[in-house]
Design a protein around this ligand. Structure first.
Ligand code: PLP
Length: 284
């Protein structure tokens, strides 16, 4: 497996990072995951935009321009044989001289990238899809979830608790008791012919797949889409619930916190939307 570290492509086994790297010491970094199907990256511009906002929030200045970074990503996918890959980009402030909470920005940022195989997308249908069962927990993460931080301890603890209960994922409740997102995904619900997803705030990540799905529904579907606060009551009386993420695409949910959603089967709006994503993903 070939990875990229600070300008060099190398076997994973040869990649070395200083223990003084502030990513290691403080979890002080950002990451992106973007899907690449048959050498075509999906929504590079939007991932770049989100990363730019994160870098600004953390006051990290990249030593490469965006065209170089995009070329490195493309080259990395060519070093690795899988037809469909997730590209993982990890940027930290780098290794400063001493462990000290404040930063000096006198080190080069560390840039690490690797790829991993993702399932090939095929035309979605009811028989092939793997519907999800979710837990529901109070969100115990920090209050800057809009920053795609590598400090993922909160997300990891939430996700692990779901896995230990044999569930796929966990939906998270904000301070006001409404649903914000899941520990690794954004959430959509459908009621009648309306689709709702929670509005962007610091309580959730502005998911790129969320953005693609919203744009696809706007352009290609008769369903109406609204950014709405989603109460637990709305969730449990929804016709359909979906999760979205770069590695999953759009996936139907059939159970939350032990309660069945509608008739417990993936819905027709999910199928139409997943098909639209399948057809139009390369437009982004
Ligand atoms: N929300 C959280 C907390 C995530 O970690 C992720 C993806 O990792 C998402 C949402 C989905 O974001 P995207 O569609 O950009 O993959």
């Amino acid at each position: 497996n070939t990875v990229f570290l600070n300008g060099t492509f190398m076997p994973l086994e040869e990649a070395r990072i200083s223990p003084l790297d502030r990513g290691f010491l403080f979890g002080e970094g950002l990451y992106e995951v973007l899907p690449c199907y048959g050498n075509r990256m999906i929504a590079w511009q939007w991932h770049k935009e989100r990363l730019t906002q994160g870098l600004q929030a953390l006051d990290i200045k990249l030593q490469y321009d965006w065209q170089q970074l995009q070329d490195f990503c493309q080259q990395l996918t060519q070093y690795n044989p899988e037809p469909d890959q997730g590209i993982y980009i990890h940027i930290t402030r780098g290794a400063e001289e001493k462990r000290f909470h404040g930063w000096h920005n006198n080190a080069e940022p560390t840039i690490f990238m690797m790829t991993f195989p993702i399932p090939t997308l095929t035309e979605p249908d009811f028989d092939q899809c793997k519907p999800l069962r979710l837990g529901l927990e109070q969100d115990l993460r920090w209050r800057n979830c809009h920053i795609k931080s590598t400090s993922l301890l909160g997300n990891v603890l939430h996700f692990q608790s779901a896995q230990q209960e044999g569930l796929n994922e966990v939906l998270l409740l904000g301070d006001d008791g409404t649903i914000t997102e899941a520990s690794t995904s954004n959430v959509f619900i459908c009621k009648d012919n309306e689709v709702h997803t929670p509005p962007l705030s610091s309580a959730l990540l502005p998911g790129i797949t969320r953005r693609i799905i919203m744009d696809i529904l706007d352009r290609h579907s008769a369903l109406t889409l609204q950014e709405s606060v989603i109460t637990q009551d709305m969730l449990f009386t929804a016709d359909e619930v979906w999760l979205t993420s770069s590695t999953k695409g759009v996936v139907p949910v059939v159970e939350v916190a032990g309660k069945t959603i509608a008739d417990g089967k993936p819905g027709k709006h999910w199928l139409d939307t997943a098909r639209l994503y399948f057809q139009h993903r390369f437009d982004y």
